[in-house]
Design a protein around this ligand. Structure first.
Ligand SMILES: Nc1ncnc2c1ncn2[C@@H]1O[C@H](COP(=O)(O)OP(=O)(O)OP(=O)(O)O)[C@@H](O)[C@H]1O
Length: 491
């Protein structure tokens, strides 16, 4: 499987499209990977992708081709991202969630419920000696702000870069998922908090990009190694022509912001695919919140699948053409996925960071010394060393994010320590219970043994009594004999 899998999906014609424009469609299928599109000038354009899902394709086909390999990799510690892209009403949310996230009709279930089932079934079949957890976070990017869908009071989540240059959402709510049913309930709560507006194209049009983040962590009891895989699913807001949707006021502003972030996504893809070999190429990830969150997924350590959704109606040909051109461009992205494994924590602070870290730490610490108490600086210094914070010495952003980075790392290491403690407490509780039951077994045994010994003593005391009785009887007989036969009589 290539690192970036790009697929196109054509949904069936809607009843409105049939009514307004008849049954005419602009695509002519060649095979499962290619088709011909007849454009507005009646010219043929050939497209080919890793897979093309035509109108009759099933939700399960999409999961199996596009998501299943990524789910398997996430469990092995390889990050994965699945993105649905396309014009408003093209079928992105239908592909992602199904008609509804709690849909019970198996064939209609979307990618999300299938991914949840896939993750849990992979973990169920893994080694018993491995402790595993699945956590879920959900955010939406609405008007260039990242909102936590599990805690709406967190409406401007900051995006940070971690020690390994991974993207982190600072302070985002993470829900521990214990089983698939609970996972679907959580997803349903998050989805209910999404910003939805009405456009002429789709009455339930999503006006935000929705990002679902599953973190799968496995800790081996044998060698204490930890594998963490991040699986991100992104349901993008619809790309659309503003004039066609009749948007105005707030909806117009939303549409402009959506289009701006989708253009930023297009620019990132262009930069990733146009860069000359061996030459450092500037990738404009920071131009939008969307591209910043997807930085890992698009250029870095992730397997990515892009599902480009299209309406087959001739009335939407120009939007579909732009979606398919975007998809064709994305096919040329090269990513480099690798396993996120950390062995013993201290070992991981490798020499790779040692030289620049010392320089940059010193620079930042000097600045902090001017502003903070000596005690605070010492504390930060220790944290820098412990956490291996790496910052570019020439970066002006370094200082600003240093505090947040340290706090973030401290929180996550405290969380980890708390989890370890809970684990140890649980283990000790079980050991304590086992010891208590062994003690009561021993006490019972001792009591039984004592009773047994008393029982054994009984025959001895019995025989002593018998002997005493015997001697008393004998003495009594001698006394009687002497009484009956006095000595003179005998003579
Ligand atoms: N493959 C499909 N089979 C049957 N119905 C579909 C399919 N794809 C989409 N639909 C229907 O088309 C309509 C629009 O789809 P959907 O809401 O998924 O679009 P969208 O791309 O997410 O739009 P937006 O960007 O506005 O949220 C929905 O009523 C949905 O049920």
């Amino acid at each position: 499987m290539p690192n970036v899998t790009v697929c196109a999906r054509f949904r069936p014609l809607s009843s409105k499209e049939r009514k307004d424009h008849g049954d005419s469609v602009y695509i002519h299928a060649i095979d499962a990977e290619s088709f011909i599109l007849k454009d507005e000038k009646d010219e043929d354009i050939a497209f080919s992708f890793d897979r093309v899902f035509y109108e009759k394709s099933q939700q399960a086909d999409i999961y199996e081709f596009l998501a299943l390999p990524i789910v398997g990799d996430a469990v092995k510690g390889i990050n994965g991202t699945i993105i649905t892209y396309g014009q408003t009403g093209a079928g992105k949310t239908y592909s992602m969630e199904g008609p509804n996230i709690l849909e019970s009709d198996e064939p209609k279930k979307g990618l999300l419920p299938r991914v949840v089932d896939g993750l849990f079934s992979c973990l169920r079949s893994s080694d018993d000696a491995t402790k595993h957890t699945i956590k879920l976070s959900m955010v939406e990017i609405y008007m260039e702000k990242v909102r936590d869908l599990f805690d709406l009071s967190k409406d401007n989540i900051q995006i940070k870069e971690g020690r390994m240059q991974e993207i982190l959402l600072f302070g985002v709510t993470e829900i521990l998922l214990l089983d698939p049913a609970e996972a679907l309930e959580s997803l349903s709560c998050g989805i209910a908090n999404r910003a939805v507006g009405e456009t002429q194209m789709n009455m339930k049009s999503s006006r935000s990009h929705c990002v679902y983040m599953f973190t799968v962590q496995q800790e081996s009891a044998k060698d204490r190694s930890v594998r963490t895989g991040k699986l991100i699913l992104v349901d993008l807001a619809g790309s659309e022509k503003v004039e066609k949707t009749g948007a105005e006021g707030r909806v117009l502003e939303e549409a402009k912001t959506i289009n701006k972030s989708l253009s930023a996504l297009g620019n990132v893809i262009n930069a990733l695919t146009c860069g000359s070999l061996g030459k450092a190429n500037h990738i404009p990830y920071r131009d939008s919140k969307l591209t910043r969150i997807l930085q890992d997924a698009l250029g870095g350590n992730s397997r990515t699948a892009l599902l480009c959704c299209c309406s087959p109606s001739s009335s939407n040909i120009s939007e579909s053409l732009s979606t398919l051109r975007f998809a064709a461009r994305a096919k040329h992205i090269k990513a480099a996925p690798c396993i996120n494994r950390s062995e013993e924590r201290n070992v991981e602070k490798s020499e790779a960071f040692s030289v620049p870290r010392n320089e940059s730490c010193e620079r930042i610490l000097n600045k902090l010394r001017q502003r903070l108490d000596a005690e605070d600086v010492q504390l930060l210094e220790e944290l820098f060393i412990q956490e291996g914070v790496f910052l570019d010495p020439n970066s002006t952003e370094g200082l600003e994010s240093a505090y947040d980075d340290i706090i973030l790392r401290t929180i996550s290491s405290l969380q980890k320590a708390a989890e370890d403690l809970m684990f140890t407490v649980e283990k000790l509780r079980r050991e304590n219970k086992a010891l208590k039951s062994r003690i009561s077994d021993t006490e019972r045994y001792i009591a039984l043994k004592a009773a047994g010994e008393n029982a054994n003593k009984f025959p001895d005391s019995l025989s002593l009594g018998v002997m005493i009785g015997f001697f008393i009887l004998l003495a009594f007989i001698v006394y009687l004999v002497k009484l009956l036969f006095p000595t003179n009589k005998m003579r």
